[in-house]
Design a protein. Structure first.
Length: 606
């Protein structure tokens, strides 16, 4: 027993060591400890990196917000009692963003660069994040430098607002009201103190014609001038729609101040001359070139007060010629009109800063914009046949005492049985009954003529050298149109005189045929299909030159909507706006605001 105990005392420690050395499971403990340590370090690094990235994003977002805000040209940056320089003011504005974001010490630099039409703001900020775990690896912190650059640049911009002021804009009174609000919003949006000398706005109101006003009218080679007050329209050549120019050398006739649209009484015993009609606002609704100064064209202006006052004064009346409105809009942006603008600037009508406008199409610093708006579609356009019936002497006489007309017919002279009485007096009858309208030896003077008088026995007699009796004044064609409808003249002074006044079917048919012949003699009509084609051609040419065309179909017809959609630049989603009556489209103020917002882009460049 003693021996056994002695052996146990001798062998137990050694055996234990041998057993420990032979035990394989005991080797796992160090590896676990190593892996746990590595996992803690890796996780700690991730935490430190996430904390750093969160701080970096916070600083970058603050930088971007600050530079965008300060670069905005509407942000006032100026010297003052608080800031010795514009640079100091810009630094303070950017620093304020960092202070409010809880990062007052991160901003390191701000650089302001601005000129007449641009502002660039560059800023840098430090990002420092203390490490919790990476410090164990002797990396106490992570750091970076963030930078942001924001720029707003307003290039030179020439804008033409081509606005529909046809009668339908008044018939639905909310249209003209909403248009005025939207157009004035547009003026406020695009013109500011900072960019006023860079952006010019022309206003081209149009209905059946475009009333240029006396100053722009005088810049062109206009013939057949009639002198009627406040009516300054030009009949453009029919082939003019393939270009954006309007020649200052080409002779172009003035649109007569005449009503060729209104109907007249077509009765065989009509007794009274029908003059121009007016609407409830005392505007002559069916004269294509209405005498409304509120609808004059405004050329390259930058005065918001004047522009908005003109918009307030727009008077909707008459027909619709979108092609004509677009034509004058493009002409005011075409470089060929630069001498016209320079002349107007020299007279103080256009701001002197715009004397060199319109800029060449090749000028990359200038953007040309047309905003074309209509609430309808084309209405066939009337134009007087060139020269003969616009101005010059007519064979018509006027008696001021009773405002009656009579007319000389040369055809009566060639017939021996009629040459003695070549003057037709449509309102007179010698007896107490019978049909009105008689032939006489002299024009109407306000009193009954002597039936014994004879004009001439010569088969070649004419009005050349003829002296009318007192009370009868020979009229120019424009004098005739100023007081009589064209249809009345064609019916009363030609159809009834030439085709007779008998109340028979044959006579009535003859009168109608003669009436149509003389209406065609006086004026011609451009059909709406041709007008659509002219507009399409002009829009194509305008876009080819680089003009950006925005279209606004304002509660328009489907045909009008399609015309403006096709005329607008691409993509249509940016350049065309459908303002529908059912409320499914955008409203017109939104359309104008959207266009205004695209003209000056604020953007981050870094």
């Amino acid at each position: 027993m003693a021996m056994i105990a002695h052996l146990r005392e001798r062998t137990a420690p050694g055996q234990a060591v041998q057993n420990f050395l032979r035990e394989e499971s005991g080797m796992v403990t160090p590896l676990v400890l190593i892996f746990i340590f590595l996992m803690m370090v890796t996780g700690g690094i991730a935490v430190d990196l996430m904390r750093f990235e969160w701080r970096r994003v916070q600083v970058q977002n603050t930088l971007d917000r600050a530079t965008l805000s300060v670069a905005n040209l509407t942000q006032v940056i100026a010297r003052s009692d608080l800031y010795a320089t514009e640079q100091a003011h810009a630094e303070a504005l950017v620093q304020d963003y960092f202070t409010k974001a809880g990062l007052p010490d991160n901003l390191t630099s701000v650089v302001l660069d601005e000129g007449l039409n641009y502002r660039i703001v560059k800023a840098r900020a430090d990002v420092i994040s203390a490490n919790f775990f990476m410090s164990l690896l002797n990396i106490p912190q992570l750091a970076a430098i963030n930078a942001s650059t924001a720029e707003q640049r307003t290039t030179h911009i020439e804008i033409a607002l081509v606005l529909d002021v046809s009668g339908s804009m008044y018939n639905n009174i909310s249209r003209i009201t909403n248009l005025k609000l939207a157009a004035k919003d547009f003026i406020d949006a695009v013109l500011s103190e900072a960019n006023r000398d860079l952006i010019s706005v022309s206003i081209v109101p149009y209905n059946g014609q475009v009333n240029l006003g006396p100053d722009l009218f005088a810049a062109y080679n206009v013939t057949n001038k009639h002198g009627a007050a406040n009516s300054y329209c030009i009949d453009l050549p029919l082939n003019t729609y393939s270009t954006t120019t309007i020649s200052r050398q080409l002779a172009m006739p003035q649109v007569p101040f005449a009503d060729a649209y209104s109907s007249t009484t077509q009765s065989y015993n009509s007794t009274a001359m029908t003059g121009h009609t007016t609407d409830g606002r005392n505007l002559r609704s069916n004269i294509w070139c209405t005498d409304t100064p509120g609808n004059y064209v405004r050329v390259h202006n930058n005065n918001p007060v004047q522009l908005k006052a003109q918009i307030d004064g727009l008077l909707p009346i008459g027909a619709t010629a979108i092609n004509l409105g677009m034509k004058w809009g493009t002409a005011l942006l075409d470089p060929d009109s630069q001498p016209v603008v320079a002349s107007l600037a020299g007279r103080g009508i256009v701001p002197a800063v715009f004397a060199a406008r319109p800029a060449p199409y090749s000028d990359r610093e200038t953007t040309k914009i047309i905003v074309l708006m209509t609430d309808g579609e084309h209405f066939e356009q009337e134009r007087f046949n060139d020269t003969q019936y616009r101005t010059g002497d007519s064979p018509i006489y006027y008696a001021a005492s009773d405002k009656k007309m009579s007319i000389f017919h040369q055809s009566r002279i060639s017939n021996s049985s009629t040459r003695c009485k070549p003057f037709w007096v449509p309102h007179y009858r010698s007896g107490s009954s019978g049909t009105y309208g008689e032939w006489h030896a002299r024009p109407w003077t306000g009193s009954a003529p002597d039936s014994a008088l004879c004009f001439s026995t010569s088969s070649t007699a004419s009005l050349t050298g003829y002296t009318a009796p007192n009370g009868a004044a020979r009229q120019s064609w424009q004098q005739v149109w100023a007081i009589a409808r064209v249809q009345w003249v064609a019916w009363e002074l030609y159809a009834r005189a030439i085709s007779g006044i008998a109340n028979t079917t044959a006579a009535q048919q003859a009168r109608v045929a003669t009436y149509k012949t003389w209406m065609d003699n006086f004026r011609s009509l451009t059909d709406t299909i041709t007008m659509d084609s002219q507009l399409e051609s002009l829009c194509t040419r305008a876009k080819e030159t680089g003009i950006e065309v925005y279209g606004i179909a304002f509660e328009s017809t489907t045909r009008g909507e399609n015309l403006l959609r096709n005329c607008s630049s691409t993509p249509k989603s940016k350049y065309f706006f459908n303002v529908s009556a059912d409320g499914k489209g955008v409203d017109i103020r939104t359309a104008f605001r959207s266009i205004a917002s695209t003209l000056s882009k604020l953007r981050l460049t870094q």
